[in-house]
Design a protein around this ligand. Structure first.
Ligand code: AMP
Ligand code: MG
Length: 520
C-alpha cells in the first residue's frame, strides 16, 4: 500500500513534551503523540472507494492486509508519528476548558493530486485527552458517522469524510441512555478524513490560557495550508481568516437547513475551522418538518441545538472564535462587522436557498412572505420534509386546485387532516401558483432544477438504525445498500423507491431513531 505521506501539523506545530499516555492538562502544545491501541481482531466492514481514490489508494489496496492493519491502528506507517489534537470548547453554552481528541488519533497526512488530507482514527484508544472515557467507539455510532458523512458529501454539504469502517473485535461497555443500564456492545473504528481537523476549540484553548505565541502559530499554520489565498500573516489576514470561516460556517448551516440535517451537538469543539460538518454524534434528519426538533436527548430540556436554532448557534460559536482570535488583532470592530454581516447574509442566503427549493428563479419582494406562509403551513399538520419538497416539483403551473393532491403523500395521517388546515394549504397553493406565473421555466425544467436541491433520499434516522440492528446481528449488507443508495441522493432510483417513504410507525419513539444520546 503506497501513500504519499507528507506530515505538516505535527511537524510544524509544537508537540507535548511528555510522551506517556496519561490523562492530564497539556500546555503549550497543539498535540500529544500517542500510539493507537492494537485491536484484538480487526475486520473491515466497509470502505469508501471514492475516498480511497482521493487519498491515492486503488481498489486493490483497499482489500489488502496492510489496509486493515493501518486503518485499524494495528500497525503504524514507517516514519509517521500519530497524535491526538489538543483543543478546548464551549459545550451547551458553557466554557468546558480543555477537551481534546479523547478517542481520535490522527495517523498522518497525505498529498494527492495537490490535495492535502489528514487521516484520523476514531475509536482507536485512550489519549491524554480521554478524561473519563475509554477512547473507544461502538459499532452503532461508527456506522452512523461512516454512512452519514459520505452521504452528506454526495448531497453537496461541506463535511469531513470517511475512508473505512472496521470492527475492532473488542467489546465496549456503554450506558446508552445514561440510565444505569450499561451493556457490552461491539467496538468499531472509523478512519475519517478531512484536509484538517482543526476546530474553533483549538484556538480557544490557547486564547483561554493567554498563550498568544502558540495561538499565532496555529493561526499562521491554518492560513499557510488552508487559506493561502489570504496572503501572509498579519492583523488584516487574521480578520480575513475570520471572515472566511464565518462565510463557510454560514454556507454549511444553510446546506443543513436545505436538506433537513440537525447536527445535535454544535459545541465549539465540534465546529471545523474549514466550515465542514464534523463529529457525527446524536445528529438526525428532520422527518416531520419542525423547527423545534432536536434528536439529542441530552439537549431535550433546552433544545439549544434544535433545527431552527442552528443558524443562531453558528453565530454564537463564531463569536467565541472571534474572542479567541481577538488577541492577534487587538481590535473588536472588524469582528463585530463580520458578525453583523453574518446575520444579514443569513437572511439573504436563506431566502435564496428557500426560493430554489420551491423552484423560483426570479426575485420578487413578496417571496419572503410566501416562504414564511409555506413554513407556517408545514407546521400545521405533520408532514415529511424530504417527501414534501420532492413532490412539490410535480406541481403543474395553472392548476393550484390540484396542488394539495400533489403533496398529499407527504402527510402523516392525511385522511384525518382538518378542513381549516386544508384551507390554509389551498390558500398557499393559490399564492404559489400565482407567483409561478411570472417564472419563465416550463414545468418540466422547474422540476429538474428543484430536484437538484431537494434530495429524494436522505439517511432517515430509522434507516441508519435498521443497518445498525442488522450489523449487531452480524449482517452488514444493509450498510452497503444504504451507502450506494446515498451516493446519488438527487436521482430517481426506481429500484429504491422503498426508501422514499415516511418514517414507519415503529420508529417514531424508538431509541436510535428519534432519540439519540451522546453515548457512543
Ligand atoms: P463529543 O461530544 O463526541 O464531541 O466529545 C466531547 C469530548 O469528549 C471530546 O473531547 C471527545 O474526544 C471526548 N470523548 C467522547 N467520547 C469519548 C470516549 N469514549 N473516550 C474518550 N473521550 C471521549
Ligand atoms: Mg467532538
Amino acid at each position: 500500500m503506497r501513500l504519499n505521506i507528507n506530515d505538516t501539523f505535527n511537524k510544524e506545530l509544537p508537540s507535548d513534551s511528555k510522551t506517556e499516555n496519561t490523562r492530564r492538562q497539556v500546555f503549550e502544545a497543539t498535540h500529544s503523540y500517542v500510539i493507537p491501541r492494537v485491536p484484538s481482531y480487526p475486520k473491515l466492514l466497509h470502505a469508501s472507494i471514492e475516498m480511497a481514490e482521493e487519498v491515492g489508494l486503488d481498489k486493490e489496496s483497499v482489500s489488502s492486509k496492510a489496509f486493515i492493519e493501518v486503518f485499524s491502528g494495528s500497525k503504524i506507517q514507517p516514519k509517521t508519528k500519530p497524535y491526538a489534537m489538543a483543543y478546548a470548547g464551549h459545550q451547551f453554552g458553557n466554557w468546558a476548558g480543555q477537551l481534546g481528541d479523547g478517542r481520535a488519533i490522527s495517523l498522518f497526512e497525505v498529498e494527492h493530486h495537490k490535495n492535502r488530507w489528514a487521516l484520523q482514527l476514531k475509536g482507536a484508544g485512550e489519549t491524554p485527552y480521554s478524561r473519563q472515557g475509554d477512547g473507544l467507539a461502538v459499532l452503532r455510532s461508527s456506522i452512523r458517522e461512516y454512512l452519514c458523512s459520505e452521504a452528506m458529501c454526495h448531497l453537496g454539504v461541506p463535511t469531513t469524510r470517511a475512508l473505512s469502517l472496521m470492527l475492532s473485535g473488542d467489546d465496549v461497555l456503554r450506558d446508552m441512555l445514561y440510565d444505569g443500564n450499561a451493556n457490552y456492545e461491539k467496538g468499531a473504528i472509523v478512519c475519517r478524513v478531512a484536509p484538517t481537523f482543526i476546530r474553533f476549540g483549538n484556538f480557544e484553548l490557547f486564547a483561554a490560557r493567554k498563550d498568544y505565541k502558540n495561538l499565532k502559530k496555529l493561526a499562521d499554520y491554518t492560513i499557510k495550508y488552508f487559506y493561502p489565498q489570504l496572503g501572509k500573516s498579519s492583523k488584516e489576514t487574521y480578520i480575513k481568516l475570520f471572515k472566511e470561516v464565518a462565510n463557510r460556517t454560514l454556507d454549511m448551516i444553510i446546506h443543513w437547513q436545505r436538506v433537513g440535517f440537525v447536527h445535535g451537538v454544535m459545541n465549539t469543539d465540534n465546529m471545523s475551522i474549514l466550515g465542514l460538518t464534523i463529529d457525527y454524534g446524536p445528529y438526525g434528519w428532520l422527518e416531520g418538518f419542525d423547527f423545534g426538533w432536536t434528536p439529542n436527548t441530552t439537549d431535550r430540556q433546552n433544545k439549544r441545538y434544535r433545527f431552527g436554532n442552528q443558524p443562531n448557534i453558528g453565530l454564537w460559536n463564531l463569536l467565541q472564535l472571534a474572542n479567541a482570535l481577538y488577541p492577534l488583532v487587538e481590535e473588536g470592530e472588524p469582528f463585530e462587522t463580520i458578525l453583523n454581516q453574518y446575520q444579514t447574509d443569513f437572511e439573504s442566503k436563506s431566502l435564496e436557498m428557500m426560493r430554489s427549493k420551491i423552484g423560483l428563479q426570479k426575485e420578487e419582494d413578496n417571496d419572503a412572505s410566501l416562504i414564511a406562509d409555506l413554513e407556517d403551513c408545514l407546521l400545521l399538520w405533520e408532514i415529511d420534509m424530504t417527501i414534501f419538497f420532492r413532490l412539490l416539483s410535480n406541481h403543474k403551473k395553472g392548476n393550484p386546485q390540484y396542488g394539495f393532491e400533489v403533496i398529499r403523500k407527504a402527510f402523516y395521517d392525511s385522511t384525518a387532516i382538518k378542513d381549516e388546515v386544508l384551507d390554509k394549504w389551498k390558500g398557499w397553493f393559490m399564492s404559489y401558483d400565482q407567483r409561478l406565473q411570472i417564472e419563465e421555466l416550463i414545468d418540466q425544467h422547474r422540476k429538474a432544477n428543484m430536484n437538484l436541491v431537494n434530495p429524494k433520499y436522505v439517511l432517515r434516522n430509522y434507516m441508519a438504525q435498521l443497518a445498525i440492528d442488522d450489523a449487531n446481528k452480524g449482517n452488514y449488507s444493509l450498510i452497503d445498500e444504504l451507502f450506494n443508495l446515498l451516493k446519488k441522493p438527487y436521482d430517481e432510483q426506481p429500484e429504491n423507491e422503498k426508501w422514499f417513504v415516511k418514517r414507519p410507525d415503529w420508529a417514531r419513539h424508538k431509541v436510535g431513531c428519534s432519540m439519540l444520546s451522546c453515548s457512543s
